[in-house]
Design a protein. Structure first.
Length: 484
């Protein structure tokens, strides 16, 4: 498989000072620079100077550049590595990078380590990865990728998983280390169970979280993050969104649940900034069916609940009493219900709530029915709804030519599958009973215009929930105060 990288989601942001712009000549050897070449201020290479960087994906000569690091060129016969930096939206193959830098690297014995975003793969692409491909789950960002490449032995490719946004010392929202450690061990362990022998967590040195043999620890240049949320947000509903990294059939990438609930949560907070504030989305949840679809991750149900409860404990201790746990992944919803019930018992003066995904209330369901083209069973997973939303948000990563509609769910009167799952029975049969490709529904009917309409309706539904959470908290607080 020919792997392309999307640099917008990986590496660290870097500033490059260009001392040899495109079209200039080497001061000693006279050869022409067909790309911009410079150095990263504030870094130190083994030769005593700043770390050098190739800037690719820009046609005009530059004086300086801000972009993201997507690769590291390691010279076996020189003392320093070179970074590969591109614009955030650039997409380059390893072959294109090697060709672009050959004007200089031909004089050295060098090798390229390319970092690719794991979450942008489709399920078949993830399942087809060589099992010795390093897969790295970072806690936070800002890591020097040249040091990560070195720690891994300069492999040809490294998959970077979605960043875990908080939970450790210095992240802005510190949770008990044992709670976070269990979640991370389960996530990395699920990849190890699939045969990925080089799956690791990447953690900041000194963060206090022990994940045993799964851990790689590197220093980061970042200062400790500001508190999450900031103290000025007290009195608002704190939105706590959870996505997931799991298969979504042949045509959608692994980050569907994360990207969609992030969009819903951010639009909700933006619509009523005086009422709500949003935490960064956690891109992981619970997948009890993950063994059927290699490359799907799993926090583990109990560990996921403990993480949510611990977050609520810390937030309540800081004075944030109204919390709304959001999920873009159906498999996490029952565990969020358990967590919310526990939070209610532990913090009776607050008000914590959750809901089934989005577009699940009367107005949301009506909006779905107004525009849907599929029959019941056409909206489950990698379906008309999720495909439409993703087409609206990020059409370049949707492969409609690969879509397979699967609507042959084994239904009975009390057990069926659709977006708002119906029937009196609750069960969890193996997914492979009902789907060969991982999809439930009619993804071929997805359109960007339906995605736009449904996203607007989803945010409007969540705004209503925010208002109700605040009203519930206010009225219950007032009622308690009136009691003798």
């Amino acid at each position: 498989m020919k792997m392309r990288i999307d640099s917008s989601s990986l590496g660290r942001a870097v500033r490059v000072e260009i001392d040899r712009p495109k079209g200039s000549h080497h001061p000693q050897h006279g050869f022409l620079y067909p790309v911009n070449y410079g150095y990263v201020p504030g870094t130190l290479a083994p030769d005593g100077d700043a770390l050098d960087a190739y800037v690719l994906g820009v046609e005009e000569p530059l004086e300086h550049f801000e972009g993201v690091c997507v690769g590291v060129i390691h010279r076996l016969d020189d003392v320093e590595d070179k970074l590969v930096v591109t614009p955030a939206a650039a997409r380059l193959t390893a072959e294109e990078i090697l060709q672009a830098v050959d004007f200089q690297e031909r004089y050295f014995e060098s090798m390229l380590t390319l970092f690719f975003p794991y979450e942008r793969l489709t399920w078949p692409e993830a399942a087809d990865l060589a099992r010795d491909t390093p897969l790295v789950l970072p806690l936070g960002g800002g890591y020097p990728l040249e040091r990560l490449a070195e720690a891994l032995g300069y492999p040809a490719r490294v998959g970077l998983l979605p960043i875990f946004p908080y939970g450790w010392r210095g992240s802005g929202l510190e949770l008990p280390a044992a709670v976070l450690g269990e979640v991370v061990r389960n996530l990395v362990g699920s990849l190890r169970e699939d045969g990925f022998t080089r799956a690791y967590a990447l953690l900041p040195a000194g963060c206090g979280v022990d994940v045993g043999e799964y851990g790689l620890y590197l220093k980061t240049p970042r200062e400790p993050a500001r508190p999450l949320p900031e103290d000025a947000q007290r009195g608002k509903v704190i939105l706590i969104p959870f996505g997931h990294t799991e298969q979504h059939g042949y045509h959608l990438p692994l980050d569907v649940d994360t990207r969609l609930i992030e969009a819903v949560a951010e639009r909700t907070a933006a619509a009523v900034p005086e009422l709500a504030a949003c935490l960064p989305v956690v891109p992981y949840g619970v997948s009890t069916h993950r063994s059927s679809f290699a490359g799907t991750l799993n926090c583990g149900g109990r560990a996921f609940e403990d993480f949510c409860i611990a977050a609520a404990d810390v937030l309540n201790a800081r004075g944030f009493e109204t919390l709304y746990f959001l999920s873009g992944h159906g498999g996490s919803c029952s565990y969020l219900v358990n967590a919310v019930k526990a939070v209610g018992e532990r913090h009776p003066n607050g008000f914590a709530a959750t809901a089934w995904l989005y577009l699940s209330g009367p107005q949301g369901i009506a909006e779905l029915e107004r525009h849907r083209q599929s029959r019941p069973g056409g909206m489950g997973h990698a379906c008309e709804l999720e495909t439409s939303l993703y087409l609206y948000l990020n059409p370049t990563d949707v492969h409609m030519e690969r879509v397979v509609d699967e609507v042959d769910f084994i239904e009975t009167e009390s057990y069926r599958m659709d977006w708002v799952e119906g029937g009196a029975l609750i069960a969890n049969p193996p997914w492979e009973d009902d789907t060969a490709t991982g999809a439930y529904g009619a993804g071929s009917l997805g359109t960007a215009e339906k995605g736009r309409l449904w996203l607007e309706a989803a945010a409007a539904e969540k705004v209503q929930h925010v208002c109700e959470i605040l009203e519930q908290h206010r009225r219950r607080t007032e009622k308690r105060r009136r009691k003798p």
